[in-house]
Ligand binder design. Structure first.
Ligand code: FE2
Length: 346
């Protein structure tokens, strides 16, 4: 068996494969580690066939869809998952076959309704159902402490005590545990009576994970994170530095249109001398009237440099082939002491 554990902050993902046939799978991959997974799979000579999420994650951005597209692999989740476009939905009692390896699916709802554990010969990937010295929380969308009790005491903890436990999280740098060690030492598992366990889970009072809404939105829909949207726009446009623009403004360069895409009040408070106002929200609808010549060089600027990147990318998409974004924004422009003008332009 080929096996790699990849830790990212508190998140754990796994690469597992059959050494005889080179068939492999990734479990709970995270977007920031895409190059690492690809590198490890290549180094280990594995052909990734399955990219598996143990549940709908609320605390990290799943890379499953991207990796599956790139590798020609199947995305795998439990059949209760709300995510669209999953190529293989699985259920309790089924196995995912990796050459000579088998990963058996245990449906273990509780942390989420679509949580599952994957049991191999000597180890079990427990997702967020069972952590080292803890369990997944049950207070996020589709969480259910009663279901977690049944999944743990009725199913997962009944497995061979010698099985190695590899969870989806560990915040203390630990690699793994065993079912037996968890039964003995895990504080949450000492509440073996249903009502006491449920009461304990309901009174944990945990803070919400950062990026909760964005993680659920993107993981449940296959949509894009804000960071990815900005990165993709930034990869399609050139940028001009603040100093370069200043020198061009000072000589009143005629063939450059500076387009301020902020709202009117921000523009009238202070804008780059000669800049035109066209708020981002009106860009598509007013572009033909305000920018009749698509061959002009148009430089988009905004307060921080993000919205102007999106605006420049949209302009390029609409056929303004010389659209550019300011490398920075009006905030940095003002802080550099560069010239500004208040009110409207003639
Ligand atoms: Fe989770």
């Amino acid at each position: 068996m080929i096996f790699e554990q990849i830790a990212t902050g508190g998140c754990q993902s796994y690469l597992i494969g059959c050494a005889d046939t080179c068939a492999g799978a990734l479990i709970d991959p995270e977007t920031s580690q895409v190059d690492r997974y690809l590198g490890l799979a290549a180094r280990d000579g594995l052909r990734i066939r399955f990219v598996i999420d143990t549940h709908t994650h609320a605390d990290h951005f799943s890379a499953s869809r991207r990796l599956a597209e790139r590798l020609g692999a199947m995305t795998v989740m439990h059949r209760a998952s709300p995510a669209p476009g999953i190529s293989m939905r699985v259920d309790d009692g089924e196995s995912i076959v990796l050459g000579k390896l088998r990963l058996q699916v245990l449906h273990t709802p509780g942390h989420t309704a679509d949580s599952m554990c994957l049991a191999g010969e000597d180890r079990v990937f427990t997702g967020d159902t069972l952590l080292i010295g803890g369990t997944g929380r049950t207070d996020l969308p589709s969480g259910d402490p009663e279901a977690l009790y049944d999944s743990l005491f009725g199913k997962l903890l009944a497995l061979d005590p010698a099985l190695l436990v590899y969870p989806a999280h560990d915040y203390k740098g630990r690699s793994h545990s065993t079912i037996g060690a968890e039964i003995e030492n895990n504080p949450r598992l000492q509440q073996r009576e249903r009502a006491a366990f449920v009461q304990m889970m309901k009174s944990l009072d945990l803070s919400m994970p950062t990026h909760l809404t964005e993680a659920l939105r993107t993981n449940m829909s296959g949509g894009k994170t804000v960071a990815r949207l900005l990165a993709e726009a930034g990869a399609t446009v050139p940028f001009m530095s603040l100093a370069e623009l200043k020198s061009r403004v000072e000589i009143h360069e005629d063939d450059l249109i500076v387009l301020d895409v902020r709202e009117r009040d921000a523009y009238e408070a202070a804008h780059i001398p000669g800049a035109r106002l066209l708020p981002r929200g009106q860009l598509e609808l007013r572009v033909n009237q305000d920018l009749p010549d698509p061959t002009r060089r148009i430089l988009a600027c905004c307060e921080l440099g993000y919205i102007s990147t999106l605006a420049a990318s949209t302009l390029r998409e609409m056929g303004f082939q010389h659209a550019v974004a300011l490398d920075g924004g009006m905030k940095a422009w003002r802080e550099s002491g560069y010239p500004t003008k208040a009110g409207r332009e003639p």
